[in-house]
Ligand binder design. Structure first.
Ligand SMILES: Nc1ncnc2c1ncn2[C@@H]1O[C@H](COP(=O)(O)OP(=O)(O)O)[C@@H](O)[C@H]1O
Ligand SMILES: [Mg+2]
Length: 763
């Protein structure tokens, strides 16, 4: 009921909300698109939104803000080109097409066009981008042309300063001067060219801001206020993208709260406007800056904090740990060498061997011939991943030599200097993971999770259950034991996440991440123990026992996490899951048993599992026997079963009645027609793997378009049937999270959920 003039502006506290802002800075926002993960997607930008995140950058000029925004995106670029990463300029005809059709790369083609002498008028005619922007971009390109005339020895101070004012990073300048980033940094400092930080006050300094947040620029007056308190810098995670989403913002916010409780001044650095950590009133100070070495180091030199936390922002700040430490920065928590031991696959392999922890057999290959030998030695199938490939090909499961050769020739073409990593792919293994906090002495196991989908579906894409429902006590103990050993060996102070594959009773470690993981919010909410907060306190010297943490929580409820995918927004993309993550978000379902918790998670992910109707089943040959018990159950539950010929034959041989429905290539009406007319209530399609766009591909895409629930793995089909059975035989209850977590044990009365659920398990 308040009117705007009655509400004070939170930043100034003096002006009312009705006060029109006066802005003496330029803000640029750029979306982050997921095309690196979906090479098959149509990359044209249309009225259908395709981005999964965004960055924001602030500067005194458009040029500065644009270049900062580009390097904030973490697409491997350090500004608008001239960073050693430019693609060759295409021929004029292609270039014209690239300008006419908007894609995520168009801004780089505008640079190409200007460089190749195309007039601003022509670029305008092709792009219809306002000429004001085009002239600004031209200023950047012209500056590039000027910089390239000099070397570190000859460049005049005013030229360097002008470049910094136009947002050029040290990396770009180094490339153009033919030197390296640190040399440019040293030169800059010698010449007194260091950033000043301006305050965002929304009133052009007419009134003083009460809650300051800052951006860098290269001017004369610095507006940063010092309070004299002990400070800690927390590095955020940059734009939301597939694999690094909002979970890290959650962790950063918790860290800020925890460190405040401990009496520190908190300084947040991030460039993602969608996050709570970049609200101006979350941390004591906020720097809206890119998370590159240069930008972060500048802030650290200005603020001189007690230490820097790199654990909560995902991979982005973790990668900065070593470069920052080399400059004398104190990294709080797990030391950079511990981080490196986990990140460097060679060092990690040495450690697990030393600790006697099994790892899937593996090797590396630099050539096709070597790859052939390694794969033969390991035995197919193998999991291959090129190291250091940006924006493109990543992991793949390879079943035969022919596919391996094709993959290798591509991988070698993309990055000839880097080895390809080859692991034995563990088939039919149960994937599990643990999130834990270590204070250097004690390890607190925050949660043991069991995935529904088997290893081979990325942990971020698999549904995940806490507590585990099919693992033996011995397996769980082994996982806990390995986690403790790894935490100690890596000198973890703070968070660690370890992922495992369990096969025939052996627990293999897949990887260990000495940082906040994707599942920290899920585990914290499922158990009622805030892991990120504990970790932050441990990192400033608190011990777990001082924080009242002992033992592992025993739950008497089940939490299921389910992934959410962007497939409906990306025509042409296949929905089949693999070792490369594709999901953009997640949901969580809670109940007293697995079936209902899974059902709730599915509903939340907009997959409403049917309780009656027709199920269409089509699975690859290897899985035909495994699908039969599922079909049998569905049939018993009253579903009508439709299947493709081969699947139907296996099913009827196993005593399940199934009606044959034609494939797309077998005439009409076929299965796609059935889906379109709404006759199918659930689709179970376990495909042959990544292949050509065959019949099954169209079935899956039609399911997405028609919003028909679909399942692509046997494991998920089992879980779905368990859920459907449960929903048909029971009621949907509602409880608050507090009621669930109030029951979190330690009271000695709760039974281990583990044992209760086991008899529901299909494994
Ligand atoms: N040797 C293996 N056998 C079976 N599945 C594997 C193996 N290694 C990795 N995976 C699968 O690939 C996924 C991604 O591998 P991971 O090493 O965890 O990479 P990332 O760094 O992307 O999380 C895992 O979640 C798992 O499902
Ligand atoms: Mg992983």
């Amino acid at each position: 009921g308040l009117t705007l003039d009655e509400i004070p502006n939170d930043i100034t506290k003096k002006t009312p909300a009705s006060f029109e802002p006066t802005i003496d800075y330029v803000v640029v926002k750029i979306p982050r698109w997921p095309f690196d993960k979906f090479p098959d997607a149509d990359k044209t930008l249309t009225s259908q939104m395709k981005s999964v995140g965004e960055v924001m950058a602030i500067g005194r000029t458009f040029e500065e803000a644009l270049q900062k925004a580009i390097r904030s995106l973490e697409i491997g670029r350090y500004g608008l080109g001239a960073d050693g990463k430019d693609e060759p300029i295409p021929d004029v005809k292609t270039l014209r097409d690239y300008l006419r059709i908007p894609t995520h790369k168009r801004v780089f083609y505008i640079r190409h066009a200007i460089k190749s002498g195309m007039s601003i008028d022509e670029i305008y005619n092709l792009t219809k981008i306002d000429k004001w922007f085009l002239y600004k971009i031209k200023n950047i390109v012209d500056m590039e042309g000027e910089l390239v005339k000099y070397t570190v020895e000859t460049i005049p101070r005013e030229v360097l300063l002008k470049a910094k004012r136009l947002g050029f990073s040290d990396r770009q300048i180094a490339y153009l001067l033919g030197t390296d980033e640190l040399t440019v940094r040293a030169l800059r400092k010698r010449l007194g060219i260091i950033p000043t930080y301006k305050m965002v006050d929304t009133c052009a300094a007419e009134f003083e801001a009460e809650t300051p947040y800052y951006y860098s620029t290269y001017e004369d007056e610095d507006e940063v206020r010092d309070t004299g308190k002990k400070k800690i810098v927390i590095l955020g995670s940059g734009p939301n993208r597939i694999g690094q989403g909002i979970e890290f913002d959650y962790c950063c916010v918790h860290a800020v709260k925890a460190l405040r409780e401990e009496g520190y001044e908190t300084i947040m650095v991030n460039c993602n406007p969608e996050t709570v950590s970049t609200d101006f009133d979350t941390a004591d100070k906020l720097y809206f800056e890119p998370l590159t070495f240069e930008d972060v180091m500048n802030i650290i030199e200005r603020e001189k904090p007690e230490g820097v936390i790199v654990q909560f922002g995902g991979q982005t700040p973790l990668n900065l740990a070593i470069p920052l430490e080399r400059q004398g920065v104190r990294i709080l928590g797990t030391p950079p060498d511990g981080i490196d031991k986990a990140e460097d696959r060679k060092r990690f392999a040495e450690i697990v061997e030393k600790l006697g922890i099994p790892q899937p057999p593996n090797g590396t290959a630099m050539s096709i011939e070597e790859a052939k030998q390694v794969a033969r030695k390991l035995g197919y199938p193998v999991l291959i991943r090129p190291s250091y490939v940006l924006g493109g090909r990543a992991m793949d499961i390879v079943y035969d030599e022919e596919t391996l050769l094709r993959f290798m020739s591509e991988a070698i073409e993309v990055s000839p200097e880097h080895p390809v990593l080859i692991d034995k792919f563990l088939e039919d293994a149960v994937e599990t993971e643990i999130d834990a906090v270590c204070d250097g002495e004690t390890v607190y196991i925050g949660g043991v999770m069991e995935h529904i989908e088997e290893a081979g579906v990325h942990s971020g894409d698999a549904a995940c259950v806490l507590p585990p429902f099919s693992l033996s006590e011995k397996t769980i103990q082994t996982m806990i034991d390995y986690t403790c050993k790894l935490a100690k060996e890596l000198s973890v102070v703070g968070l660690i996440n370890v992922q495992f594959a369990v096969k025939n009773g052996t627990v293999y470690v897949l990887e260990a991440n000495p940082r906040a993981s994707r599942t920290v919010p899920f585990v914290s909410k499922a158990t009622g123990v805030p892991l990120a907060k504990l970790a932050a306190k441990v990192m400033v010297g608190k011990k777990l026992k001082d924080l009242g943490i002992t033992g592992t929580p025993k739950l008497n409820h089940v939490a299921v996490k389910e992934a959410v995918f962007p497939f409906d927004k990306l025509p042409g993309v296949d929905v089949v899951l693999g070792p490369e993550m594709k999901s953009t978000g997640e949901v969580m379902g809670l109940d007293s048993d697995l079936g209902m918790a899974y059902y709730k998670a599915e509903v939340a992910a907009e997959t409403k599992l049917p309780t009656s109707g027709t199920v269409f089943i089509s699975v690859r040959d290897e899985e035909k026997l495994r699908i039969a018990p599922i079909a049998k159950k569905l049939s018993k539950l009253g579903f009508k079963i439709l299947a493709t010929r081969g699947t139907a034959e296996t099913l009827s041989a196993m005593g399940v009645e199934a009606e044959v429905v034609p494939k797309v290539s077998e005439g009409q009406p076929n299965i796609v027609d059935y889906i379109r007319s709404g006759k199918i209530s659930l689709i179970i399609n376990v495909p042959k793997g990544k292949g050509p766009k065959d019949d099954e591909f169209y079935i899956r895409r039609t399911a997405v378009e028609c919003k028909t629930p679909y399942i692509t793995t046997i494991a998920a089909a089992h879980a779905a049937v368990t859920a459907i059975e449960r929903v048909k035989n029971g009621t949907f209850t509602i409880k608050s999270l507090q009621e669930y977590n109030g029951a979190t044990a330690g009271d000695g009365k709760t039974v281990s959920a583990q044992l209760q659920i086991q008899n529901l398990s299909w494994r």
